[in-house]
Design a binder for this molecule. Structure first.
Ligand code: TRP
Length: 355
């Protein structure tokens, strides 16, 4: 019954013709993801996420945004947050996200996110929010600032996602639980009100790779690592990149091969393979008998070369603030138009009087 009602409404909105059209041609799937503006992205962010965001633009309708509201859950220096938000936006463009093809915007510029977040927080069970490992971790790490935003963070993330009715959401391991939480909300909400939200799925990239710390290859590469040699940012100068790879922690053997227990070498091989497109087999062959020193130097060079155009694009974009402003305003306008449709539907369903 409920399902029927949902479908009927959709039909009313689009008209019979629209529905038929949609049936005839395969609908282009929608992808959405966000990233917090808490520092220059690392090689890990690039290889694990943003590189794929660019390549998905042809196949999907993509929406990418700078999640500045989420960053407020931990105390930020206002001027730094503003600068980092602009930089994060510029970095997305510098990495190849094309605002002509994709929707790119800054979360706080689009009012519907905060608004739907409130509504969804009223459908977020306290118990489920308390079980979020990120909440538990962050409240332990910031014991002096365990605030309500940190607790309801997943409701805001659910709003970010559901406003755009995406099919897929590329997220790292650390955000999986929040996506599951979003899916639970969809089930709960649609169960009460009919077919309001599309059920989002995690997107597993075909060539996904987890990049580990260069200093402790059992840990994920993180921009908040206290040891700057542990991570590469995508704006590091070539000589810095080469030096960090030269210092990368490996093992006491000499042979470049991918094997269990060789975490350092496995990490370097993964990075090199993603950057060059060479298979592990080919890499092993190319470096047979050459030792780690040679290999590390080549990995450093390859990464430095790959990141060079991104660094140059970024520098150019940051020289042109007017262009960046124009792009994020355009993005916000488009995002508002799309998201407000979902928001209006939700408001009607839950019983808010339409203005
Ligand atoms: N919470 C995510 C992170 O810290 C960022 C984010 C916010 C996000 N909203 C999102 C990611 C919606 C995917 C979809 O990495």
């Amino acid at each position: 019954m409920k399902e029927e009602k949902g479908l009927k409404e959709e039909k009313d909105m689009k008209g019979d013709k629209g529905m038929e059209e949609e049936k005839k041609q395969e609908r282009k799937k929608v992808i959405l993801s966000g990233i917090q503006p808490t520092g220059i992205f690392t090689l890990g962010n690039y290889i694990g996420a943003i590189r794929n965001w660019g390549t998905m633009q042809e196949e999907y309708h993509c929406a990418y945004f700078v999640a500045d509201l989420h960053s407020l859950t931990v105390r930020q220096e206002p001027a730094a947050l503003r600068r980092q938000s602009l930089e994060a936006f510029a970095l997305l463009l510098a990495c190849g996200i094309d605002p002509e093809k994709s929707l790119v915007f800054i979360q706080s510029h689009v009012h519907s996110h905060a608004e739907l977040s409130w509504i969804l927080s009223c459908y977020s069970p306290f118990g489920a929010l308390s079980r979020m490992t990120q909440f538990k971790d962050k409240s332990a790490r910031h014991a002096d600032n365990v605030n309500a935003g940190l607790f309801t963070y997943p409701a805001l993330m659910a709003a970010d996602i559901l406003l755009y009715q995406p099919d897929y959401v590329p997220v790292g391991e650390d955000q999986r639980q929040h996506l599951e939480f979003t899916r639970d909300i969809v089930e709960h909400f649609n169960g009460i009100y009919g077919n309001v939200f599309r059920m989002p799925e995690a997107y597993i990239p075909k060539t996904g790779a987890r990049v580990m710390s260069l200093q402790d290859p059992t840990k994920k590469m993180s921009k908040s690592d206290t040891n700057p040699n542990a991570f590469i940012t995508i704006l590091d100068e070539p000589n810095v990149i080469v030096n960090k790879f030269r210092r990368a922690v490996t093992d006491s053997e000499t042979e470049v091969c991918f094997r269990e227990g060789k975490d350092g070498i496995n990490n370097l091989m993964t990075i090199y393979s993603v950057i060059t497109g060479l298979s592990f087999e080919q890499i092993e062959k190319d470096f047979a008998g050459r030792g780690y020193g040679d290999f590390k130097a080549e990995v450093g060079d390859a990464v430095a070369e790959k990141l060079r155009p991104i660094r140059e694009n970024f520098a150019r974009l940051m020289q042109d603030k007017a262009y960046l402003e124009q792009q994020y305003r355009k993005g916000a306008e488009k995002a508002a138009a799309i998201s407000e449709r979902t928001l209006a539907k939700v408001k009607k369903k839950v019983g808010l009087l339409m203005p």
